[in-house]
Design a protein around this ligand. Structure first.
Ligand SMILES: CCCCCCCCCCCCCCCC(=O)SCCNC(=O)CCNC(=O)[C@H](O)C(C)(C)COP(=O)(O)OP(=O)(O)OC[C@H]1O[C@@H](n2cnc3c(N)ncnc32)[C@H](O)[C@@H]1OP(=O)(O)O
Length: 137
């Protein structure tokens, strides 16, 4: 499909992480659970970096998305990632389901400080992140 012809109102549905219209997107489904946003993702072969290991950039994408979505779902205002810091602790293997979680830690004016984590079903921490996200002026 020619992106220029896409209706502006539908553009958010092309989000690489959560967009339902993006044919190569991750199609994350996120839910607000208490004080956090939660999603589950099972990496496939096409999400690999080295053999049998999920790509770190895509792990960062998962974290970015749940942190941003928590802000959007709880305030109704989109926030843009100004800075993200990810610590990769253990490899995420292809076919292993991951729990991705994000929440707000602090909020001052347009700036939100968030944190997130990716864990395996047995509780092993794959990655942790902090981010600074800002709403538009
Ligand atoms: C209707 C919609 C439906 C939506 C429906 C579904 C949504 C479902 C959820 C999706 C969730 C998506 C989650 C992924 C989100 C992305 O991936 S967003 C894409 C990637 N990020 C971007 O594109 C952001 C690009 N950068 C920018 O747009 C701008 O730099 C920003 C972040 C908006 C800030 O720009 P600005 O407003 O001009 O502010 P600026 O003058 O740079 O800074 C002002 C002050 O803010 C503070 N500040 C700025 N940056 C920082 C920072 N990194 N750290 C600390 N302080 C900072 C400082 O105090 C700064 O003052 P100085 O220290 O410079 O004096």
């Amino acid at each position: 499909m020619d992106l220029k012809q896409t209706d502006a109102a539908n553009r958010d549905t092309w989000c690489f992480a959560c967009g339902t219209d993006n044919p190569i997107g991750l199609k994350l489904k996120m839910t607000i659970t208490g004080q956090s946003c939660v999603a589950y993702f099972t990496p496939r072969r096409e999400h690999q970096s080295y053999a049998d290991r999920m790509h770190g950039g895509l792990i960062s994408t998962l974290l970015d998305e749940v942190m941003g979505d928590y802000i959007f779902k709880t305030t109704g205002i989109p926030a843009y990632t100004a800075k993200i810091d990810v610590r990769f602790r253990k490899a995420a293997r292809i076919g292993e389901t991951l729990k991705v979680e994000g929440r707000i830690v602090q909020h001052r004016g347009r700036l939100y400080i968030t944190e997130g984590s990716v864990t395996k079903e047995d509780g092993t921490v794959v990655a942790e992140a902090t981010a600074r996200m800002m709403t538009a002026k």
